[in-house]
Design a protein around this ligand. Structure first.
Ligand code: ADP
Length: 193
């Protein structure tokens, strides 16, 4: 972000609770910037973001971040166990909650097939997960957190068919009864929004 060069201008929209909004546009068009603004990673130079009528600047960032979950295309996995990686947004979660979230994210089966199940170390110094598996970890984190607003950056990477189907299924159950802003890369997603 360079001074004097705006990444986004004249952006104004409203998301009703329970609505699903798709954002489409060319690379560099400002989609990720929009997500970063909503997540409070960056602040707008001008204008305001409101949640339930209150400016975000008046809301404690930690309480705001409890309400929002970010499902990126390429989730970051720590060099730690699957369990620790799942607990990122909800450190006090117990094993039952982890398993429930992993099941909802279609991740429980592959986790159990790893050498030490939920205690398997992943990341650069551990077991490497495929793109589809890593996405399901991100989705499980989102289920565990049970946030109101999901900001989803839809995957563009090519997944094998089995992973693709599992990810799709997990996403559609995550998005049910939540408010969603999806950075969409597929026409089918745009149609559903
Ligand atoms: P999209 O997600 O639609 O591809 P981005 O929000 O990433 O678009 O980018 C919008 C604009 O903001 C671009 O001009 C880009 O160069 C700039 N930008 C995005 N992220 C950064 C960053 N971390 N540092 C500097 N400029 C950035």
């Amino acid at each position: 972000y360079q001074p004097g060069r705006t990444a986004l201008t004249d952006v104004s929209f409203r998301i009703q609770a329970g609505e699903r909004i798709a954002v489409v546009g060319p690379s560099g068009g400002g989609k990720s910037t929009l997500a970063s603004l909503l997540l409070g990673f960056i602040e707008p130079d001008e204008g305001q973001i409101y949640y339930a009528g209150r400016p975000l600047t008046e809301i404690e960032i930690s309480s705001w971040r409890e309400k929002v979950v970010w499902v990126p295309q390429k989730p970051y996995l720590f060099n730690d166990t699957i369990a620790a990686n799942l607990k990122v947004g909800h450190p006090s979660a117990n094993q039952d909650e982890l398993v429930r979230a992993a099941k909802l994210a279609q991740a429980d089966d592959f986790i159990l097939s790893l050498p030490n199940g939920y205690e398997t170390v992943v990341g650069e110094r551990g077991v490497r997960l495929s793109a589809g598996e890593a996405q399901r970890i991100a989705l499980a984190r989102a289920f565990l957190k049970d946030a109101e607003l999901v900001i989803l950056d839809e995957a563009t990477s090519h997944l094998d068919l089995e992973n693709e189907a599992a990810v799709e299924k997990a996403i559609s159950s995550l998005l049910k009864s939540r408010t969603v802003l999806v950075i969409a890369h597929r026409l089918s997603t745009v149609r559903q929004a």
